[in-house]
Design a protein around this ligand. Structure first.
Ligand code: S3P
Length: 167
C-alpha cells in the first residue's frame, strides 16, 4: 500500500488524525518533526532559536528524503513541508498526499494555548495564521486529496480519508 502523507497547517490535526489512522489501518506512523528532533538531538524550538528557519528547512528536507523511501506508513509532515516542491515530489513517489484543511479561527483556537510552535510565538498569532495561510494556499493545493476538517472529529477525518482512498 502507498504511504498516506498528511499535509496541512499547524493545528490542522495532522498528528491526531495520523495516529488514529495508524490504529485503524494497522500501519506504522512517522512524523518529519520527530525525525528532525531525533537526528539533531534538538527540539524544534531550539533549532529555530539557535540555527534559524533556513537551517531548519534544510534539515526538514533531509527528513523528508528519509521518510519518502518508506512503504506502508502514515507520514505526518510539518506545516511548512509543502513550501519545497522537491519535498512533495519525494513524498509522492511512494505516497498519496492528503491535505487537511481548517479555517484560521479553528487553527487559532487549537494552538492559542500552546507554546512549542516558534512561528506562532508572536504578538498577534491570529493575524500571523491568516498571513501564513494566504501565502501557503497555493502550496497546500498541491495535493491528491483534500479533507475539510472543520465539522469533523478526529475519528471522522480518519474515516473520511479511509473512505475517499477506498481502503
Ligand atoms: C511549521 C510547522 C511545525 C514545525 C515547525 C514549522 C510550519 O509542525 O515543523 O514549527 O512552518 O508550519 P506542525 O505543523 O506539526 O505544527
Amino acid at each position: 500500500m502507498k504511504n498516506i502523507v498528511l499535509t496541512g497547517f499547524m493545528g490542522a490535526g495532522k498528528s491526531s488524525v495520523g495516529k488514529k489512522l495508524s490504529e485503524m489501518l494497522g500501519l506504522a506512523v512517522v512524523d518529519t518533526d520527530d525525525v528532525i528532533e531525533k537526528d539533531s538531538g534538538m527540539d524544534i524550538e531550539e533549532i529555530f532559536s539557535r540555527l534559524g528557519e533556513v537551517r531548519f528547512r534544510e534539515m526538514e528536507k533531509e527528513a523528508v528524503k528519509k521518510v519518502s523511501s518508506l512503504k506502508n506508513h502514515i507520514i505526518i509532515t510539518g506545516g511548512g513541508v509543502v513550501l519545497d516542491k522537491e519535498n512533495l515530489r519525494n513524498l509522492r513517489k511512494n505516497g498519496v498526499i492528503v491535505f487537511l484543511h481548517a479555517s484560521p479561527e479553528t487553527i487559532y483556537n487549537r494552538v492559542r494555548n500552546e507554546t512549542h510552535r516558534p512561528l506562532l510565538q508572536v504578538k498577534n498569532p491570529l493575524e500571523k495564521i491568516v498571513e501564513l495561510l494566504e501565502y501557503r494556499e497555493s502550496f497546500y493545493a498541491n495535493n491528491d486529496l483534500q479533507i475539510d476538517t472543520e465539522n469533523l472529529s478526529i475519528t471522522g477525518v480518519a474515516e473520511e480519508i479511509k473512505k475517499r482512498l477506498e481502503i
